[in-house]
Design a protein around this ligand. Structure first.
Ligand code: ATP
Length: 201
């Protein structure tokens, strides 16, 4: 199978995440997209992550439930340790040797990937789908970086052009805190879960 991996904090998950998953699925004829909420890195928890890994997994499950091609991948959220991408990807390649992985990352991550721990161990495990959104990086900058990484690491990297969806989790957290409506930016089931569990107050 061709499996796309969509990692994120998903705090909370929103329609931009779902659109990105759909775009990768369609553009590269993938069989599944795994939505993989990250864990609770101890050093980040209080400053940046506002809900537990369990809540973020539940919201992700609710958001992807209508789409059979989307699957919750709880591997990183359930690990006690901080997960590095190279470890996660090496783990998946080892336990699913017959599948092909497509690791979906944002433009900023592509530009910064050499600062990650052991980037050279990520490239052999997958094709990187780098999302290109004009407001983040120009196409020329992205293409230069792709050429550089391909030559240096024999990395397989493809551009994924996605429509602009002007929404982010931090904006939604701010709206929820001030009581503004967020219903046009996320599935109704996620909105209800947030209300029921008094998240982001
Ligand atoms: P925050 O605002 O808290 O930083 P976020 O909305 O950027 O969060 P993440 O969970 O950090 O969400 O993102 C997971 C992935 O989804 C990243 O690859 C990111 O580039 C992508 N992404 C986030 N928002 C959008 C969007 N509106 N349209 C397309 N892709 C998005």
């Amino acid at each position: 199978m061709k499996i796309g991996i969509m990692g994120g904090t998903f705090d909370p998950i929103h329609n931009g995440h779902l659109m990105l998953g759909h775009a990768a699925y369609e553009a590269f004829s993938l069989d599944q997209i795994w939505f993989m909420p990250n864990g609770n890195p101890p050093h980040k928890k209080s400053e940046t992550i506002k809900s537990t890994a369990e809540d973020r997994m539940k919201m992700t499950s609710l958001a992807i439930a209508p789409f059979p091609e989307f699957v919750l991948q709880p591997y990183e959220a359930l690990r006690a340790e901080v997960s590095c991408s190279y470890q996660t990807m090496e783990h998946f390649s080892k336990i699913y040797p017959d599948d092909e992985f497509y690791f979906i990352i944002g433009a900023d991550s592509l530009m910064a990937i050499e600062t990650w721990i052991h980037p050279e161990r990520i490239f052999p495990t997958c094709t990187i789908l780098a999302t290109y959104r004009n407001e983040v990086k120009t196409k020329e900058e992205m293409n230069r970086q792709i050429q550089y990484l391909s030559e240096k690491y024999h990395a397989k990297i493809r551009l994924l052009e996605t429509p602009l969806m002007p929404v982010s989790s931090h904006e939604l957290r701010a709206s929820l805190q001030s009581g503004d409506s967020v219903s046009e930016y996320m599935p109704a089931a996620v909105c209800s879960y947030i209300k029921q569990h008094h998240l982001y107050r």
